[in-house]
Design a protein around this ligand. Structure first.
Ligand code: NAD
Length: 277
């Protein structure tokens, strides 16, 4: 794809799924990569694939919840490449459980990765992105950052928070004439390991959780990560404020706009048959 040649791009959660697909497409497009993940095996595989393409790559184990480590990592990437242009705050986890059954600890764990991980990455790299004169923050929210469903309060809260944070940041960059574009990404169902790796509230039986996730994966996660990466990068090229990835994301966004809060009544009945709980 055009527009990425020579750009230094940082991708969190690059050991799998959308993060890996972004890394490979950016590598093919001539970018210089700084990839990270908590999962070192998955990360090593992405690094191997990037090497095959022949793009420069710096691969590091990074837990996005560890703020101090993230700040040091930003300094390291800047020292390594001399400049940083883009960060894709992509790392994320899924969790299922009703509010009544979810511990504070689980709520905080999901917020730590899915929201604070994005904040840590944005804050750590923002000074360098501004300094580059052509920066871009790409934060991955979700379709679940546009509407809520039963059983997803923790994930919904984190993804709505990412959206709020990202939309405010975009306006600040415009207001203060900073050379940094900001894009909020809302994927619909993408065929990755996210559902399989999801954890659940203690009260949910592990076997039934696994079965529900399998059904959810088959029914709802349809688009390939490669296609999702293409759509995201096209939006990045255009410096779009928001990107809805997939027909499901586009359709549900319209339904929520039309129905306002009315969608909640529908989803609490019909939706609960489709969305795992
Ligand atoms: N797949 C979908 O249908 C879908 C839909 C909407 C939004 N998303 C979002 O897209 C992003 C990517 O998800 P995916 O579908 O590719 O899932 P995935 O599970 O394939 O990839 C997520 C990656 O994040 C890493 N990760 C998890 N916790 C981490 C941490 N604390 N620090 C660093 N890395 C960590 C995992 O090891 C994994 O490699 C996530 O933010 C997810 O919420 C996915």
């Amino acid at each position: 794809m055009k527009g990425f040649a020579g750009k230094v791009v940082v991708i969190t959660g690059a050991g799998s799924g959308i993060g890996r697909a972004l890394a490979l497409e950016l590598a093919r497009s001539g970018a210089k990569l700084a990839i990270s993940d908590l999962d070192t095996e998955g990360l090593a595989e992405t690094e191997r694939l990037v090497h095959q393409i022949g793009a420069p790559v710096k691969a590091d184990r990074l837990n996005v919840t560890e703020r101090e480590a993230f700040l040091l990592y930003a300094d390291e990437v800047k020292a390594h490449y001399g400049v940083v242009h883009q960060i894709y705050n992509n790392a994320g986890i899924a969790y299922n459980g009703d509010v009544e059954d979810t511990t504070f600890k689980d709520l905080e764990r999901v917020m730590d990765v899915d929201f604070w991980g994005v904040v840590n990455g944005t804050k750590a790299f923002l000074p360098y992105l501004i300094e580059s004169g052509d920066g871009h923050v790409i934060n991955v929210s979700s379709l679940f950052g546009i509407f809520s469903v039963p059983g997803q309060a923790a994930y919904n809260a984190a993804k709505f928070a990412v959206r709020g944070f990202t939309e405010a940041l975009r306006q600040e960059m415009l207001l203060h004439k900073r050379p940094v574009a900001v894009t909020c990404v809302h994927p619909g169902g993408i065929k990755t390991g996210i559902a399989r790796n999801a954890t659940h509230a203690e009260g949910i039986d592990a076997q039934s959780h696994a079965e529900t996730m399998e059904v959810f994966e088959k029914r709802a996660l349809r688009m390939s990560p490669d296609r999702a990466a293409e759509i995201i990068l096209t939006a990045v090229q255009k410096k779009q404020a928001r990107v809805l990835v997939g027909a499901d994301a586009k359709l549900l966004d319209i339904i929520v706009r039309i129905t306002g809060s009315g969608y909640q009544r529908v989803f609490a009945t019909v939706g609960s048959k489709l969305i795992p709980r």
